[in-house]
Design a protein around this ligand. Structure first.
Ligand code: NAP
Length: 246
């Protein structure tokens, strides 16, 4: 396929923030690789829709599985050439009392939310280092900055994302690779589907801008970090959150 503006691989792009990001990057002329885990149909439908705008490919992989990730990255590189931008967006969340979490639930949260990023970064980096260019954008959360009651495992994984981002930015800067982190506030996606209307209203009332965010708000932040406008930015945490955390 002809190389367009660049190639982006977005993990967890079948729904929510990842889907909005895939759509925005396609509109801006990037070749878009849409990773999914369970929602193959949604990802394929999105790829078909975006293909009329820009080359797009749906690829299944459980990011916590190294074999899956290596096969995914090989396939993207085969179709589109080297990956210029990796958006580590795939994530899971679970609410509950800390004392009720099982070791298996704790482990799964880390396997997907942080080990998944480890696998994806290691898979794309040889080509990025060879090119002496690349951008990695990792999704954390405000809860990774402040901690959230009844979301201890999730908060711990999202704090780990920030540590990984900063350390990797230092290590990869000399290779011309930028690593940044987006730490969204509360965003209207399936991940918050368990929140009732009263809780959503309380969250809006506690937010200086008086609203929760949309997936498109976060996609715009990710696009900015991937753009030349952000060429002097690395190792940073940008938190689009309506002022909920200042
Ligand atoms: P979402 O609507 O629940 O979608 C999650 C996405 O991750 C789906 O596309 C899902 O794929 C994918 N995924 C889950 N497990 C996966 C795995 N093992 N391998 C590959 N993909 C996997 O979530 P979201 O709200 O868009 O959140 C996206 C990211 O933003 C997450 O990292 C989340 O922690 C972070 N974030 C979200 C919020 C928020 O309020 N929504 C706030 C702060 C940070 P399938 O559907 O195909 O299984």
């Amino acid at each position: 396929m002809n190389k367009k503006k660049g190639t982006v691989l977005i993990t967890g792009a079948s729904r929510g923030i990842g889907k909005a990001t895939a759509r925005l990057f396609a509109l801006k002329g990037y070749q878009v690789a849409i990773n999914y885990h369970q929602n193959k149909e949604a990802a394929q439908h999105l790829a078909e829709e975006l293909s009329s705008i820009s080359p797009a490919l749906a690829i299944g992989a459980d990011v916590s599985n190294r074999t899956d990730v290596d096969a995914m990255v090989d396939k993207v590189q085969h179709y589109f050439g080297p990956i210029d931008i990796l958006v580590n967006n795939a994530g899971i969340a679970k609410q509950g009392l800390f004392t009720d979490f099982t070791p298996e639930q704790w482990q799964r949260m880390f396997d997907v939310n942080i080990t998944g990023m480890f696998h994806c970064c290691q898979a794309v980096l040889p080509a990025m280092i060879h090119q002496k260019a690349g951008k990695i954008i990792n999704l954390s959360s405000i809860w990774g900055i402040t901690g959230a009651s009844c979301e201890v495992p999730y908060s711990a994984t999202k704090a780990a994302v920030i540590g990984m981002t900063k350390a990797l930015a230092k290590e990869l800067g000399p290779s011309g690779i930028q690593v940044n982190c987006v730490a969204p506030g509360v965003i209207d996606t399936d991940m918050n589907g368990m929140l009732d209307n009263d809780t959503i209203q309380c969250l809006k009332d506690e937010t200086p801008l008086g609203t929760i965010g949309t997936p498109e708000d976060i996609a715009q932040t990710i696009l900015f970090l991937a753009s030349d406008h952000a060429k002097f930015i690395t190792g940073q945490v940008i938190s689009p959150n309506g002022g909920f955390v200042i």
